[in-house]
Design a protein around this ligand. Structure first.
Ligand code: DX5
Ligand code: ZN
Length: 500
């Protein structure tokens, strides 16, 4: 995808028309200052000054919203909520939903030294983006779009479910002082992992008695974690208590947003925010795939799923890099290639050149999976691994932390239009557990492929899928665009039910 298409795509995701922000300005907002480390880009304008501006508008728009929507909240409550929403971790979650890391321009050493772009870099670019949007539009537009994007985080914070809003340290201190006239003491015991992904370990003691050991990506977070465990041990754990009473208007604001996130281009379109629809062109008309791509565009699906079959790993043949390359200029969607082929390592560079954003290889087709995954990433694509219905989820235990996605097959690969294998639901749940046990919820997406239709979709989402591949239930219907729009609607409702 060329830069112009990428920019158009990003602006659309933000609810802006193509060209709403001048290309140069947008490019500057997306350029992290680490580019100055590279000789050839040393003098490229970077986003530092725009970040300064964006930071102010984020703060202003969220403060304004809290002030007008929560007339009874104290300054302390509002500050706490705002601090949570304006944090690197909340911003990086919003940015992840936008897939912002795909658009970031940064130094090559920074990019190659990290499997995942650092939270702080993603948050920094997220901030500068609003600086650029303000310069190109006006304050009311900027504020409205900011609220649209941060709404899920705001909702979490307001409902008291965000960990950061629960100040465990303060609660523990109050409790310990009140009950024992003692102050808890924190000590950092050790750290673990490389610089850009370090885990901190902290213990908390009361009068020399160990109350808990916490872990986190910063010392502060580890302390909060330790305090949370200590409160649990002391039996004063205050689970998810809502600190701020929520006025009806606020609840309505969230309900509207989750059920009906309107798209600038088509106000009646309902789009999910955390779940992705990936229609498979396998069931589209092969004599005119351009039409299929246009339908995916009009149906507002998030990704294009491309089923590559080699007649060897699976008993069917479809297409390869040349066809994908020919399709690339006709779509700005994420190209999600599912390689059902033996020896995928021999063709990865071709798939990258063809313009795939994501490549998923089969566990069963790779002798050296770790190496293949590293190659996919070196080529600048997101790496996925797929499991056939008979391969245990546990096989991914040692590699999960290196993946961006796991694709669970809910049919035997090879053909569209087969029936969903119900056992897949248990497998999704096992994968959700494995992912949680390694704290990889923010990194690894779960994609499910095969036999999904209106009836099986709710169970697949309930079990924990983030991305759903749908082939025949989209393209073998009289009006695929309408079908995709109603799948999006169904996904938005399921998101509200199971992910909010
Ligand atoms: C099957 C493919 C699927 C297929 C799904 O081998 O990987 O992506 O297109 O098609 P349906 O939705 O028809 O099962
Ligand atoms: Zn597939």
């Amino acid at each position: 995808m060329n830069q112009e298409q990428q920019q158009k795509e990003l602006l659309q995701k933000l609810g802006l028309a193509a060209g709403a922000v001048p290309a140069e300005l947008l490019r500057q907002a997306l350029t992290h200052k680490s580019v100055t480390a590279d000789r050839q880009t040393q003098h490229q304008p970077h986003n530092e000054r725009l970040e300064f501006l964006g930071d102010a508008y984020l703060k202003a728009s969220i403060s304004e919203w809290l002030y007008t929507h929560l007339p009874d909240a104290s300054e302390g409550d509002m500050t706490k909520i705002r601090a949570y929403v304006i944090s690197d971790s909340a911003f990086s979650r919003v940015a992840r939903r936008l897939e912002l890391e795909r658009y970031i321009i940064m130094s090559s050493s920074e990019r190659s030294s990290q499997a995942e772009i650092r939270e702080s870099i993603v948050a920094n670019v997220f901030e500068s983006l609003w600086g650029a949007i303000f310069l190109a539009t006006d304050y009311p537009t900027t504020a409205r779009l900011i609220l649209e994007q941060v709404k899920p985080e705001l909702e979490l914070a307001l409902k008291g479910e965000a960990e950061e809003v629960q100040n465990y340290k303060a609660t523990l201190q109050e409790y310990a002082q009140g009950k024992y006239k003692l102050l808890p003491e924190y000590e950092m015991t050790h750290t673990d992992g490389p610089d850009h992904d370090r885990a901190f370990f902290v213990t908390v003691t009361l009068n020399g008695e160990l109350l808990g050991e916490g872990e986190g990506r910063s010392k502060k977070r580890a302390e909060q974690d330790a305090a949370r465990l200590a409160l649990k041990i002391l039996g004063s754990f205050d689970d998810g208590e809502t600190k701020v009473p929520l006025p009806a208007a606020v609840l309505q604001f969230f309900e509207q947003s989750a059920t009906a996130r309107s798209v600038a281009a088509n106000p009646s379109t309902v789009l999910p925010q955390q779940l992705y629809l990936a229609p498979s062109v396998l069931s589209a008309d092969f004599s005119c795939l351009q039409t299929g791509l246009q339908q995916i565009e009009d149906g507002h699906a998030a990704w294009v799923h491309l089923d590559v079959m080699d007649g060897h790993f699976v008993p069917n043949l479809t297409f390869g890099p040349p066809l994908i390359k020919a399709l690339r200029p006709h779509s700005k969607k994420v190209f999600d290639a599912h390689l059902m082929m033996s020896n995928p390592q021999d063709f990865l560079a071709e798939f990258a050149k063809a313009g795939c954003d994501r490549v998923t290889v089969h566990y069963e087709a790779c002798d050296h999976l770790d190496r293949v995954v590293a190659q996919i990433k070196e080529l600048g694509m997101k790496a996925g691994v797929s499991l056939n219905p008979a391969t245990p989820v546990a096989m991914l235990d040692a590699i999960l932390h290196k993946l961006d996605l796991v694709l669970l097959m809910s049919v035997n690969p090879g053909f569209g239009g087969q029936s969903f294998i119900p056992r897949a639901l248990e497998r999704i749940k096992s994968l959700v557990k494995l992912r949680a046990s390694q704290e990889l919820e923010q990194q690894v997406l779960i994609e499910v492929d095969g036999g999904i239709d209106q009836d099986t979709l709710p169970q697949v989402i309930q079990a924990g899928a983030d991305v759903v591949v749908i082939g025949s239930a989209v393209f073998n219907t009289p009006d695929p665009v309408q079908t995709m729009l109603s799948f999006n609607q169904q996904l938005a409702a399921l998101e509200l039910q199971y992910r909010c």
